[in-house]
Design a binder for this molecule. Structure first.
Ligand code: ATP
Ligand code: MG
Length: 424
């Protein structure tokens, strides 16, 4: 009997110990789970105030080379999965949107306590930051008193985190700490298109580069309009929002004013930049893809004329259109800095396209995909012309060789002209 009861006591004790152990394990699991979801929330709470977008159709497949390059320090990212990288530090948490959350402390260090300013816009100041991983990024600090900027912050983190294209300035991270909000972008070492067009600091942009820049921008916008799901309207296309990378590739920056197409219809305040704004938008307050096309048309004329919309660019265009009928004769508005060094036909084709883009009637404006086609055609024709010209030169070279064998001295001359064709 005694043995039986002591067996019972031992059984109960073991049961209590096992129960207590299970309860402790359960509690630990619960706390661990709660901590993980808190971290997740801290980085995506703000973003949750706007609807979550589906990934752009090609958002993963069209990652640009440069963005891959600048993200080299983040080899262990699992896109879209919350994970720790490099130990329990908040600085490298990947939020649900697939971008990184940086710590304030790291950014403070990387910007030498925010002394490395490279510019200032409506959103706040922009700093160049050298991360300990070796990558260089641009940090845009939201001005704390800017309500507009705060709104933009939410929009940008959500939108840009999901949009990737070689002609967009990709958002690589953000910081929301100590009451500060910052956006971290791929660093664009050659600065803005406007600085190249208007600052004495830079050499004149060659005509061929201007056409290439126009095509890059058109491709970035085409992606936003037709590649992203649902489509995105930029709303602030202008030369200071076009940034250039090391090899002078152009990318569209600043989606602060972007809205998803469907959320876009009833905005009450006029947003955007004077001089680039679609007159139809000003009168109806409805911003459409065609409003971006209008701003893109203004940008094309800016590239052609080297003149800012605030310096009477569109008045100049209207005057010129009286002679050109929208077709040919646009060379009279060519940027004087080009010093006549441009292909007349290319300039006329690009101006005719720009003129269609700024048509007062949105329906008559082309879609971005059409502008990509026209600009690609201009460049294709140029390459074909160059190729056939160099073929002529090579053929001439062969007959020169023949001639020199016949005792004539034309070879050096023809080699020089080959060099000219290659350099153009
Ligand atoms: N990713 C980046 N890489 C390099 N420089 C940048 C980057 N983003 C912005 N800048 C520079 O910082 C400056 C300020 O940019 P910001 O976008 O804040 O202002 P903005 O484009 O002039 O005007 P807005 O506020 O209307 O967009 C610009 O001169 C731009 O060249
Ligand atoms: Mg900008």
């Amino acid at each position: 009997m005694k043995a039986k009861s002591s067996g019972l006591i031992i059984g109960i004790s073991i049961g209590v110990v096992i129960g207590a152990l299970l309860a402790i394990i359960g509690l630990l699991c619960f706390r661990f789970h709660r901590k993980r979801s808190q971290i997740g929330n801290s980085s995506s709470r703000r973003a949750a105030t706007i609807p979550i977008r589906a990934n752009g159709a090609d958002s993963c497949t069209v990652l640009s080379d440069s963005s891959i390059g600048t993200e080299s320090s983040r080899t262990s990212i699992h896109n879209g999965i919350l994970s720790w990288i490099g130990g329990p530090r908040k600085s490298h948490v990947v939020a649900a949107s697939g971008i990184l959350e940086y710590s304030y402390k790291d950014l403070q260090k990387a910007t030498c306590n925010f002394t490395s300013a490279i510019g200032k816009g409506a959103f706040g100041s922009v700093y160049k930051a050298q991360m300990t991983t070796g990558e260089t990024v641009a940090v845009k600090v939201l001005a704390t008193n800017s309500k507009q900027g705060e709104k933009e912050f939410h929009t940008e983190v959500m939108l840009l985190g999901r949009l990737h294209h070689r002609n967009l300035v990709n958002l690589v991270g953000y910081c929301a700490e100590k009451g500060q909000h910052m956006l971290i972008y791929v660093y664009m070492s050659k600065g803005s298109l406007s600085s190249h067009l208007y600052s004495e600091k830079h050499e004149t942009l060659s005509w061929s580069l201007r056409v290439q820049i126009a095509l890059d921008v058109a491709r970035g916008l085409e992606y936003l309009h037709d590649g992203a799901v649902p489509p995105v309207i930029h709303r602030d296309i202008k030369s200071s929002n076009i940034l250039l990378d090391q090899s002078m590739g152009a990318r569209v920056a600043d989606f602060g004013l972007s809205r998803e197409d469907m959320l876009n219809r009833n905005a009450t305040n006029i947003q955007g930049t004077f001089g680039y704004l679609d007159p139809e938008y000003i009168s109806t307050r409805a911003f459409t893809k065609k409003s971006d096309v209008y701003s893109f048309g203004v940008l094309l004329f800016e590239l052609i004329a080297g003149r800012n919309p605030l310096q009477g660019l569109l008045e100049l265009v209207e005057l010129a259109s009286l002679n050109t009928g929208g077709q040919v004769g646009w060379e009279e508005i060519a940027d004087p800095h080009l010093d006549g060094k441009f292909d007349e036909r290319e300039l006329n084709d690009m101006a005719a396209l720009a003129y269609k883009c700024v048509n007062r009637s949105p329906r008559k404006r082309p879609a971005m995909r059409d502008t990509v086609q026209v600009l690609s055609h201009i460049l294709k024709t140029r390459h074909e012309k160059k190729r056939s010209a160099s073929e002529v030169v090579i053929a001439t070279g062969q007959s020169d060789r023949q001639n020199s064998m016949n005792g004539e001295h034309c070879r050096a001359e023809s080699l020089d002209s080959t060099a000219d064709y290659v350099d153009v």
